[in-house]
Design a protein around this ligand. Sequence first.
Ligand SMILES: NC(=O)c1ccc[n+]([C@@H]2O[C@H](COP(=O)([O-])OP(=O)(O)OC[C@H]3O[C@@H](n4cnc5c(N)ncnc54)[C@H](OP(=O)(O)O)[C@@H]3O)[C@@H](O)[C@H]2O)c1
Length: 339
Amino acid sequence: MALKPVRVLISGFGNVGRELVRLITEYREVLARQGVRISVVGIVDSRGALVSRQGIPEETLLQLLEVPRGGVSTFKDGRPGLTTLGALDELEGVLDVLVEVTPSNYRDAEPALSHVKRALDVGVHVVSANKGPFALKYQELASAAERRGLYLGLKATVMAGTPLIDLLRYGYTGRSVELVYGVLNSTTNYILNLMHGGLSFPEALAKAQEDGYAEPDPSLDLEGWDPAAKISILSGVLGRHIPVHQVTRVPLSPAVQELVEAEWPVRYIARLDVERGAASVRPEPVEPGSPLARLQGARNGVHIVSDGGKIIYLEGTGGGPRPTALALLSDVALIARAL
Ligand SMILES: NC(=O)c1ccc[n+]([C@@H]2O[C@H](COP(=O)([O-])OP(=O)(O)OC[C@H]3O[C@@H](n4cnc5c(N)ncnc54)[C@H](OP(=O)(O)O)[C@@H]3O)[C@@H](O)[C@H]2O)c1
């Protein structure tokens, strides 16, 4: 019997959106073995979209991967000016899942917040790597999804390469998580490791940019917005959301030099105290030789303290386009199987 496809609209076609499309074509057989077939019915970038109610053919998907940034609507049958909201309207009755991969914005979470709200309003499941909407409005969006019986797939937002969100969501059901703390941002960890190796803050930042670990504009990482958004999302997953603007943020700045020169290694720690309803991100000394002190490269690690002091430590890959796209694919596949 032919598998009924789950139909997805991809909002954003940059590093992650493209990697997801690549995976959907590469993993077709793996998915089929698991009873999952994915049909991409629309792709949107900042300038327009390509939409097909019958599904964009695989050959076209592969050709789209070669189109330069902002070029989706220049492709044959592309629609310059068609936005994600417009595509959601056009695909009404056809669409199952919105995949939200436009840039994260922690001021007002737009345009992603409007995309997610509209999708939930029209009965479409949401899978996102974009942290903005959930770091600002977790409760509102989770309630809207619950009312409509829709799934919010957020695996890709925090430690995308490691199933932390699913562990907290499902593995700790019925238990009491008291504290979550660890390293959730690879850029700052890379910089701190270089500083412990003897580089100054500006030298370490320049090297991190050269090595592809820091963006040309590194402010979202250095000012702590990225790990603050992640710890905020974890608080939402644990049922007591602390919006990102209420997370105490101490940026990583040249002032960290003094801490680095002291005895203990320094890590940029994101911390969530569930009982107190408090969250912070700040540079903190950690015990020499401890798991967090040993973290290198793109590895992230968290301690979860629960049920009167039981502790586990979870370590794995953080973000990066491939792990993030795999996390998105996994959430889409979960929805497909539930459908
Ligand atoms: N990169 C990672 O490793 C990683 C890891 C975890 C989470 N994330 C999150 O995943 C999301 C995507 O990251 P990325 O690295 O793929 O970003 P990116 O390369 O900057 O791609 C963003 C895409 O969104 C499109 N876009 C911008 N405004 C839009 C709008 N109003 N409507 C529709 N599309 C719009 C851009 O269009 P143009 O092509 O026209 O510029 C681009 O295609 C972000 O929220 C990021 O925080 C990324």
